[in-house]
Design a protein around this ligand. Structure first.
Ligand code: KG4
Ligand code: ZN
Length: 340
């Protein structure tokens, strides 16, 4: 029998609903919140309000696009964390009400695990499913982790950032350069026309498989402050080279630890996931490494890199098969918890 899962994602500033038929994608609707652009970052209260406004229309659009009625849904999966509490509560409360009114199971999903399991969405434009065990570099606006995945629900974080996330490094660098939020995609675009070797920024010296990005932010800040004293147009004149050099440094920091993880675990199947996996430089670095070192790499379709509900629905599907359901008293969590 076919199983239809409705997925809901509302952890940060995107309201999204998706419908899966087994592992196959039928609909993935995302409402972005432009309001945060004016503030240079996500404003939690405004995000909660926008989710509250968007959630019902987004679910309707997803059901229409999937061409099914709500009565055909077997279970509803929602992001239970990590994320902004007010944002998470909108999705959790909606999911609870939907599950209760239809008498269908409620499934809680860890947002970071869902980024990884997005690789298993059956979409003709996605590459083949990763084979277990594999490593995943999960890089988003709030997290940077190297995860060893033995099975859908056997995931171990073997390295992580001790301060800023990779996405934050992109966004903060962009902010220093006067670019609007979120700066990651803009740096990516500008970097394409720049010289990666134009400016050199220091790499952190962190033991093991952990990362640090706060030093990079500080060195960019001081470097630009000094340059602007000499030439107030320095950033404008060097925008593309600065973007290319900053992007290259972030990617090198990430790839260095990923290479170390491959050599320590002996696992050469390597995936990337999360918003920063949309970065064209990181995608190319993975392809280059595949060519050079024989890694089998898995790069998600762009739509499943940044926040989306399809990844919540696929995780929900695997939990549905296990009968792993949540109760109505479940409460969202804001910080990463090592659980599925
Ligand atoms: O996974 P995601 O959509 O949301 C979180 O869970 O945080 O990741 C958002 C992050 C932001 O920091 C954004 O700037 C970054 O992903 N991002 C990018 C690109 N697209 C999104 N960073 C670099 N290059 C991109 N193309
Ligand atoms: Zn995310």
């Amino acid at each position: 029998m076919d199983t239809y899962i409705l997925g809901i994602e509302s952890s940060c500033d995107d309201t999204s609903a998706a419908v899966l038929k087994n592992t196959k994608i039928l609909a993935n609707v995302i409402a972005n919140q432009d309001v945060h652009k004016f503030y240079g970052g996500v404003v939690p209260e405004l995000a909660s309000r926008a989710h509250q406004q968007n959630i019902i229309p987004v679910v309707h659009r997803a059901l229409n696009a999937a061409n099914i009625t709500k009565k055909q849904i077997h279970a509803i999966a929602f992001t239970n964390g990590p994320g902004l509490l007010g944002s998470l509560l909108v999705g959790a409360s909606f999911a609870k009400g939907f599950s209760m009114s239809l008498g269908i199971p409620l499934i809680e999903v860890n947002h970071m695990h869902a980024h990884i399991l997005a690789h298993f969405i059956d979409d003709e434009k996605q590459p083949a499913n990763p084979e277990f065990p594999f490593l995943c570099l999960t890089v988003s606006g709030g997290h940077t982790q190297i995860v060893l995945i033995r099975d859908y629900f056997a995931m171990q974080v073997i390295g992580q950032t001790i301060d800023d996330a990779a996405g934050e490094a992109f966004d903060k660098a962009a902010k220093i350069m006067g670019l609007p939020y979120p700066g990651g995609p803009l740096i990516d675009k500008l970097a394409g026309q720049g010289d990666v070797g134009a400016f050199k920024f220091p790499h952190p010296n962190i033991p093991g498989l952990d990362f640090s990005f706060s030093g990079l932010k500080t060195s960019i800040l001081y470097f630009l402050r000094d340059q602007l004293k000499e030439d107030s147009n320095f950033i404008e004149k060097n925008k593309v080279d600065l973007s290319a050099s900053i992007q290259y440094t972030i990617i090198e920091i990430l790839m260095k630890k990923l290479r170390k993880a491959v050599s320590e675990t002996g696992i050469k199947q390597v995936a990337i996931a999360g918003g920063v996996s949309a970065n064209s430089g990181l995608r190319q670095a993975m392809l280059d490494e595949s060519e050079k070192s024989g890694w089998k790499v898995y790069i998600p379709k762009l739509e499943y890199s940044t926040d989306n509900a399809a990844m919540i629905a696929i995780t929900g599907y695997f939990k549905y098969l296990k009968g792993d359901f949540a109760t109505q008293t479940i409460i969202p969590f804001t910080r990463y918890a090592n659980q599925s």
